[in-house]
Design a protein around this ligand. Structure first.
Ligand code: C5P
Length: 310
């Protein structure tokens, strides 16, 4: 019997997974595994990747949407690797036609590729009826990349280790963000390497440093959250992309509650008081010409979610 007959040719599974921003990122010196120990607070925001999975012959992948031409479609793509890893652990042959509809900026510091991988894990698990638990999928996610477990989980969480060991954070209400996006991405390893140069390997991690940020989230206090936004990688990201000063300065002058480079950048996340304030800030940022694209988003939102399934 061919793989298509086994699963039924007309089956299709749609999953969406959110991009993230880092509300705080504290970074220690590089470890022997080439990764940096982190204490970071992630928030999933309403910018989504959508992955569909259909029966296929082997693993194939197509990509559409914003910046699709920048995404590799071979076996190195993280969504394709997710499908192969899941099949391997289930002890089956990987047969799936994946399609990724992109909306999270490519190489933007918002974990778009990680969201694709998280969505592909959930989609293939449903398509192949392999029945992995969320814990098992999270374990596989951690093998694929540092940010994949968070895009699977969603909401708001503190990440430790490489960023993959997660504890959910208590959050009251919704926060309103403006995302200043640059179309030219930024290399994550290059930013971490610049961070090591700047700190000479002497960076210290203080796990208590984000008490004020976590309290602001619990109280739903956007003013306090804006003041607590922090990124140890920000200066390294600015060294590589000095033009990121633009959105940070304009946001501050325009009365934003806070602004921070997300992860390794180049996306800048700007916090507003309300949905209306976010619209006003987005108009100001777009008018100032300091970003290729400006969007509003809310957070927190759910992680990788099965949309339809037949
Ligand atoms: O895990 P992921 O593939 O997303 O990481 C990409 C790169 O970012 C790693 O190869 C490493 O150079 C860097 N990184 C790091 N420390 C982390 C996360 C990522 O140095 N905690």
């Amino acid at each position: 019997m061919s793989p298509l007959e086994v699963v039924g040719e007309d089956r299709v599974v749609h999953v969406r997974a959110p991009g993230k921003i880092n509300l705080s990122l504290r970074c220690g010196p590089v470890g022997e595994d080439g990764y940096h120990p982190l204490v970071t607070t992630f928030q999933a925001v309403s910018v989504y990747e959508e992955v569909s999975a259909r029966p296929g012959d082997g693993v194939s992948l197509t990509v559409s949407g914003a910046q699709a031409e920048l995404v590799p479609t071979g076996p190195e793509n993280l969504a394709a690797r997710a499908a192969v890893l899941l099949a391997e652990r289930a002890g089956i042959e990987p047969h799936v036609a994946l399609h990724v509809r992109k909306d999270v900026p490519v190489a933007g510091g918002m974990a778009g590729g990680s969201a694709d991988a998280a969505a592909a894990l959930v989609a293939c698990d449903a398509l192949w009826r392999t029945g992995f638990s969320r814990e098992e999928l999270t374990e596989l996610a951690g093998e694929l990349g540092a940010d994949v477990p968070f895009t699977l989980l969603g909401h708001t969480a503190v990440g430790q280790g490489r960023g993959h060991l997660l504890s959910p954070a208590l959050v009251h209400g919704q926060f309103h963000w403006v995302l200043a996006i640059r179309h030219e991405g930024q290399s994550t390893p290059a930013v971490y390497a610049r961070f090591d140069e700047r700190t000479g390997g002497r960076a210290r991690l203080d796990p208590e440093a984000d008490v004020a940020l976590l309290l602001a989230l619990r109280r739903g206090d956007p003013g306090a959250l804006g003041a607590a936004l922090h990124n140890d990688l920000q200066q390294a990201a600015l060294d590589l992309s000095p033009d990121l000063e633009g959105p940070l300065e304009v946001a501050s002058e325009a009365g934003a509650l806070g602004a921070v480079v997300s992860g390794s950048g180049p996306t800048v996340a700007v916090l507003a008081r309300s949905a209306q304030h976010a619209l006003e800030l987005s108009t100001t940022l777009a008018g100032a010409g300091v970003a290729d694209e400006v969007r509003t988003a809310t957070g927190p939102v759910a992680g990788a979610t099965l949309l339809t399934h037949r």
